[in-house]
Structures are given as structure tokens and as C-alpha cells.
Design a protein around this ligand. Structure first.
Ligand code: C2E
Ligand code: MG
Ligand code: MG
Ligand code: MG
Length: 280
């Protein structure tokens, strides 16, 4: 009886593992075919200055609409793009089209608005990455200061020498660097003084229940105080309510991003949003 149960369980897991492996392969195959097509495109979400309501930047967020698989969220396909290496050509396309969009905003008179691009560790470790950034800026004639690269702490665990050289090369070019999902990684805080970061994005998990949970409130306040003491700007991600925003303002958090202001929107709607701005 027990033996049979065990065996069934074994079969069950095997079948499930097969299914998962199959769907991973399927996603990878479809993704490979999607590179360079309009299946992959960007949405943009505003980064808003808390005190003024001014839009300081737009984060480019990758979207994939596949005729077979439907709309696939980045959390499901970015990991696969990473392991397969597809993130390199995809990331290059993201950089190019984000810089092109930002160029249009600059031309329309929004010269202060940055475009923020997510860079995954695998992409960052690619030998051609610095060249890709230069090429995207060159082709679009976007000033380097209008580009911000978002890097997660995971990257900083990689071989230190190369990361060091690359981050400083980007900083010297005038590209802005931010730490994404801050507070969820495992790296030591010493990187905050070692590398030329200028912005820290507090992971959106900290916003959940921030006002109700004293410990979480203290963590957020402490991160904001530490960042400003180090001369870094702070962005709170995942801001959904006016109460959260008021609290962030009270603790001097500079910038907020979240559904309260706007969901990520198609590029065609960005210009109208920049013209409208936000009133706070
Ligand atoms: P992220 O860089 O931390 O991006 C923020 C995510 O939070 C986005 O999810 C955004 O839609 C979501 N978000 C924004 N405001 C709110 C809010 O108020 N409430 C909630 N619940 N969520 C909010 P999205 O677009 O699904 O992207 C997920 C992740 O996928 C990103 O996290 C980023 O790590 C990765 N990603 C997206 N685009 C790219 C890309 O072009 N390249 C790379 N390498 N990674 C990307
Ligand atoms: Mg990001
Ligand atoms: Mg984030
Ligand atoms: Mg995130």
C-alpha cells in the first residue's frame, strides 16, 4: 500500500517535471523565433518626483505577446532568456528601442526625462555589453545622461574585477546606474561606496503592508536615510495608495513609481503622459 503510494507519487512528480521541462523548451523555442519581431515590445512606467509630481524618468518594461502562448509576463520568460543566452540579443533590442523612444521625448522638449533600462546579469557579463550601450546611444544620439541602467544586487556577486571595470566605464560615460529590487539580494552593503551608483530602488515588497507593520516601516525609513546620507536618490517601487505616498513624502523619499501614478503604458501614450504630468 505504502509502496504503491510512493510509486504513484514518483510518477506524478516525473510527469510534472516533464511537463515543466517541455513548457520551458516550448517557451524558449517561441522566444527564439520572437527576437526581432513585433511580438517583443516595451511598455513604460513613470518615475515621479514625490514633492513636485514631475516625471523624472520612464522605466522600459519588456512585453511579449505570442500568438500561441498569449501575453507572457517577464517573470516567466526573462529567466529562460537568461539561461539560454537569448537575453543578449533581446537586451540589445530593448536598449535600442528605449534609447530611440527617449530621443523622441528629448526632441519634444522633455530633455530631463531619463529612460531606465533593466539589465540582467547574463547580459552585463557579455563581452559586447559596453559596445552595445555605446552603439545604442550613438545611433539615437541620446545623451548618456538620459540613460539609466537598472542592475540587481545579484550581479555584484559575480567576478568582481570585470564588474568593477564595467560599472566604472559606464559611470565615466555619464550613464546613470541604479540598484533595482534593493533589499532582496544577498550582497554586502560595501558596494554602495565602491561603485558609481546614483539611485537605489527599494523593492516593491517593502510597500506591502508598510503602513501597518512597524518593522517594515522602520526598514523603509532606514533605507531612505542611509541612501540620502550616501548621496543616493531613492525610488520606492510598487506605490499603490495615496497613504503610502504621503508616508514616503514624510520620510523624504525622493521618487515613487507604481500603479498609483500609472501602470506601464505603450510608447504611443507616453508623450501625452509627459505633457499632462501629475499634480500632488
Ligand atoms: P522590475 O524592474 O522591478 O520592474 C518593476 C515591476 O513592478 C514591473 O513588473 C512593473 O509592472 C511592476 N509594478 C510597477 N508598479 C507596481 C505596483 O504599484 N504594484 C505592483 N504589484 N507591481 C508594480 P513587470 O513589468 O512584470 O516586470 C517584472 C520584472 O521583469 C522587472 O522587475 C524586471 O526585473 C524584469 N524585466 C522587465 N523588463 C525587462 C527587460 O527589458 N530586461 C530585463 N533584463 N529584465 C526585465
Ligand atoms: Mg527595474
Ligand atoms: Mg524593481
Ligand atoms: Mg522586481
Amino acid at each position: 500500500q505504502a509502496k504503491l503510494g510512493g510509486r504513484n507519487r514518483y510518477c506524478f512528480f516525473t510527469a510534472r517535471m516533464n511537463e515543466e521541462a517541455e513548457s520551458r523548451l516550448r517557451i524558449e523555442g517561441e522566444l527564439r523565433r520572437a527576437v526581432g519581431t513585433e511580438q517583443l515590445f516595451l511598455h513604460y512606467q513613470p518615475l515621479v518626483e514625490v514633492r513636485t509630481g514631475r516625471v523624472l524618468g520612464m522605466e522600459a518594461l519588456l512585453r511579449w505577446k505570442n500568438p500561441e502562448l498569449g501575453a507572457m509576463p517577464p517573470d516567466r520568460f526573462i529567466p529562460q532568456a537568461e539561461t539560454s543566452g537569448l537575453i543578449v540579443p533581446i537586451g540589445r533590442m530593448v536598449l535600442n528601442s528605449a534609447c530611440l523612444a527617449a530621443r523622441r521625448w528629448v526632441d519634444a522638449g522633455f530633455g530631463d526625462v531619463r529612460v531606465c533600462v533593466n539589465v540582467s546579469p547574463r547580459q552585463f557579463q557579455d563581452a559586447g555589453f559596453l559596445g552595445d550601450v555605446r552603439a545604442a546611444l550613438g545611433a539615437t544620439e541620446l545623451p548618456a545622461a538620459n540613460l539609466e541602467l537598472e542592475i540587481t544586487e545579484g550581479l555584484l556577486l559575480a567576478e568582481r574585477g570585470e564588474v568593477d571595470v564595467l560599472l566604472h566605464a559606464l559611470g565615466d560615460m555619464g550613464v546613470h546606474l541604479s540598484i533595482d529590487d534593493f533589499g532582496t539580494g544577498y550582497s554586502s552593503l560595501s558596494y554602495l561606496e565602491r561603485y558609481p551608483f546614483d539611485t537605489l530602488k527599494i523593492d516593491r515588497s517593502f510597500m506591502v503592508g508598510m503602513l501597518e507593520r512597524q518593522e517594515r516601516k522602520v526598514l523603509v525609513e532606514t533605507i531612505v536615510a542611509m541612501a540620502s546620507g550616501l548621496g543616493l536618490k531613492v525610488i520606492a517601487e510598487g506605490v499603490e495608495t495615496t497613504e503610502q505616498l504621503a508616508h514616503l513624502d514624510a520620510i523624504n523619499c525622493d521618487i515613487a513609481q507604481g500603479y498609483l501614478f500609472s501602470r506601464p503604458i505603450p510608447e504611443a501614450e507616453v508623450m501625452a503622459l509627459l505633457e499632462r504630468g501629475f499634480s500632488v
